[in-house]
Write a protein that binds this ligand. Structure first.
Ligand code: ADP
Ligand code: ZN
Length: 730
């Protein structure tokens, strides 16, 4: 019986009915349990780890509204839209709302008609808001992006420090702080400001197993790195969304234009572009399929598009932290994704030079130098990249991952002691004043005019490296710079200077192993098949048809496509081809409400009743889409901050059967009271909508309705039918 269900079973039931998921991911379950029981918690989880569920679900299970503090105003609308499509009574309060909109949400808050409320921190801290909250029943406070309280972090927001009012004014209400930034100092700041000294700490692994890390050396493509990038996208992610990072605004623009000329949808994004152009790029990236944004690092913060399939770096990121954060924007939906980077000698010399020229104080420079060393060592490693990456963040991965370039295609290493000595002495003998090209000429014995002009053809090192091909010299010199045996000058001439670290090597007291150059790694094609998001064969065509339907629906409802269903959900649909609502409802990501709302239209495509190209465009579908349109009409009423439908019971579908719906709601309320559980658990709003629409006249007619299993039918069936009938015959 429901009433006897354990709290965990309740949580799982709601997880299934609202989100359509069968199980928790990692520590989610424990966090949900703690928060539901009213405990405080500090949650450290990587991007895409599934933080939102950790506060959304307990907000549904506890009485009152979950108040979510988030600095990312641009995200709130999409998050709230997604929740509403799943049947959750969510709203937001931020500066984008009209005064009227604000008043409506405030009224709903005080009337206890919200499950979740997203607020910007500056608004939360106003006297008015705090007073309203004191009148409301609050389930919990969730502080998202909690690292914003810390001055140490990169996203410091002074308003966040004001959040200390929460423990002071609402001492009994559980507080959850969530962040993907895990370092000690930031953590300590969060604990101090939010008074989480006694909170449970939940740390999940920062590994992102679905991201394949790959780095290749520049030099393969004829047209340079851009063409390597194009090859990569065409071979592995055609038609898929991705982000390409470049260092300079100019290269952002050039790359976007060039990719566009090759037939890809690529949009530039950097701080120098007009706001309107930037907003439009971001909007298209979120709302369309397969858009590539070429950007400086300004892009990506606050975008939680789950199906970014690749993140490419055409220039070195600033640090390991930056690399992890930027690549982390790929594959939030857990499907195979790629973090791809191409770099070469010039990049390495460049970053070393920028460091040398830095005018920061000595202690800051030391930290910067250490960070750069770590990044370059990561780039040059011959062992598992994921191990190096996680190790940098203090996590130990015992086995090589099998999903990075060095695991898939282990690089050869060779004893480079002798050639390294040659290169270092070439630098020393030429006065530590020349760059890589000149040193290579000396080593190869190229008696160019410049060499002869300088008399370098008479040096003992001249021509000692003839046996080694030029390409290999570039590889060796790059690694010597990356590993710090060679440094650069502060003057910015690009001179390479043998460092103190080189001495033991020159004296023969140290052996140096370097990796062979790999210009065209073969990892890609080998594992392309099982890494593709679109399923193989006939299911692939079906997947595309489902995608087309999703896009059409998303345009009509003005939400991003992934808010309707995730790629993983469409893929499972295409593979399993459900032909009934019941089977469709068992697919991960299909919650009760979405099943009620979209089930039929998707089934049509799945049954092959409509040709892929005309998915959702036929007369037949028009009838089905009218359900959606009816809903859209009723949404046109209230303001953007509020859930649809007059304070709400559910969707706009209710409009045509208000009487039945009211009676059903009353019965549910009564049952909930008797059983001592929240109404949600008797049956969800989506089921209520369906019941109101179909008005089954017998207990038997309840079978197969999503949200009503055998047990529930047995427990509540009679009362449900009685309610429907009494509405029919008042
Ligand atoms: P974060 O906020 O930590 O970056 P999200 O909360 O956005 O992550 O979740 C990332 C993705 O993982 C979302 O698309 C979400 O739907 C999915 N997800 C979360 N929890 C689960 C789960 N238990 N089962 C399947 N998918 C999940
Ligand atoms: Zn690996």
């Amino acid at each position: 019986m429901i009433a006897a269900a354990s709290p965990d079973a309740q949580a799982l039931a709601v997880l299934k009915s609202v989100w359509g998921y069968d199980q928790f991911r990692g520590v989610q379950g424990e966090i949900v349990r703690a928060a539901t029981q009213g405990e405080n918690a500090l949650v450290l989880m990587p991007t895409g780890g599934g933080k939102s569920l950790c506060y959304q679900l307990p907000s549904l299970l506890r009485p009152g509204v979950g108040v979510v503090v988030s600095p990312l105003i641009a995200l709130m609308k999409d998050q709230v839209d997604a929740l509403r499509l799943s049947g959750v009574r969510a709203a937001y309060l931020n500066s984008t709302l009209s005064l009227q909109g604000v008043r409506e949400v405030e009224a709903a808050l005080v009337a206890g008609e919200l499950d979740l409320l997203y607020v910007a921190p500056e608004r939360l801290l106003t006297a008015r808001m705090l007073e309203l909250l004191e009148q409301a029943d609050i389930a919990l406070f969730a502080v998202d992006e909690a690292h914003c309280v810390s001055q140490w972090g990169h996203d410091f927001r002074p308003e966040y420090q004001g959040l200390g009012v929460l423990p002071a004014r609402f001492p009994g209400i559980p507080r959850l702080a969530l962040t993907a930034t895990a370092d000690e100092r930031t953590r300590a700041d969060i604990v101090r400001v939010l008074e989480l000294e006694n909170a449970q700490l939940f740390v999940s692994s920062f590994d992102r197993p679905n991201i394949q890390y790959r780095i290749q050396q520049k030099g393969a493509g004829k047209a340079g790195p851009k063409s390597e990038l194009l090859d990569f996208i065409r071979a592995e992610h055609p038609g898929e969304a991705g982000i390409v990072y470049c260092l300079s605004r100019r290269s952002v623009e050039e790359t976007a234009e060039w990719l566009g000329a090759q037939g890809l949808t690529a949009l530039p994004y950097h701080a120098g572009l007009p706001v309107r152009e930037r907003d439009s790029a971001q909007e298209r990236f979120i709302r369309e399929e397969g858009v590539i944004v070429v950007a400086t690092v300004a892009f990506g913060m606050g975008i939680d598009k789950p199906n970014v399939r690749f993140v490419a770096h055409l220039d070195l990121p600033k640090s390991m932290e930056g690399y992890y954060q930027e690549t982390g924007r790929a594959g939030r939906d857990s499907l195979p994704s790629t973090a791809w980077m191409t770099y070469g000698l010039a990049d390495v010399v460049n970053v070393r030079r920028m460091l040398a020229q830095s005018e920061a104080p000595e202690n800051v420079k030391r930290v910067e130098a250490a960070k750069l060393d770590a990044l370059l060592a990561y780039c040059e490693t011959a062992s598992c990249r994921r191990q190096v990456l996680l190790n940098y963040f203090g996590e130990n991965l015992p086995q090589p991952c099998g999903n990075c370039d060095t695991c898939l295609n282990p690089p050869q290493t060779f004893d480079a002691t002798r050639p390294a000595q040659m290169a270092l002495s070439a630098a020393i003998r030429t006065g530590n004043r020349f760059g890589a090209a000149h040193l290579t000429d000396v080593l190869l014995g190229n008696a160019t005019e410049r060499i002869r002009g300088l008399g370098h053809h008479q040096l003992p090192t001249f021509g000692v490296g003839k046996a080694v091909p030029e390409r290999s010299w570039r590889n060796i010199v790059r690694q010597l710079v990356a590993l710090g045996y060679l440094t650069t000058d502060a003057a910015g001439h690009g001179s390479l200077i043998a460092s103190a670290k080189a001495r033991p090597l020159l004296r023969g007291e140290e052996t140096l192993w370097l990796r062979e150059d790999m210009l065209t790694p073969q990892t890609a094609k080998k594992n392309r098949r099982d890494r593709s998001v679109a399923p193989a064969g006939a299911a692939g065509g079906l997947f595309e048809a489902l995608r087309a339907l999703r896009l059409k629906l998303s345009r009509e409802q003005e939400v991003p496509p992934y808010v309707i269903f995730h790629d993983a959900t469409l893929r499972e649909m295409a593979e399993r081809r459900p032909d009934s609502l019941a089977v469709l409802g068992s697919i991960a990501g299909v919650g009760t409400r979405k099943l009620a709302q979209y089930g039929e239209v998707f089934l049509e495509v799945l049954r092959g009743d409509v040709a892929p190209a005309e998915a959702a465009g036929t007369r037949k579908n028009d009838a089905l889409l009218s359900i959606l349109n009816r809903r859209a009409e009723s949404e046109a009423g209230p303001s953007a901050g509020l859930p649809e439908g007059r304070l709400f019971g559910g969707s706009g579908m209710l409009a045509s059967h208000p009487d039945v719906a009211d009676r059903l709601r009353a019965v549910r309320q009564q049952l909930a009271k008797v059983k001592g559980v929240s109404a949600f658990l008797i049956f969800p709003n989506a089921t209520l909508d369906l019941l109101a629409e179909r008005q089954p006249q017998s207990v038997n007619g309840l079978r197969g309705l999503p949200g009503l299993g055998e047990k529930r039918i047995e427990a509540y069936g009679e009362q449900i039918i009685a309610a429907i009938r009494s509405a029919d015959h008042p």
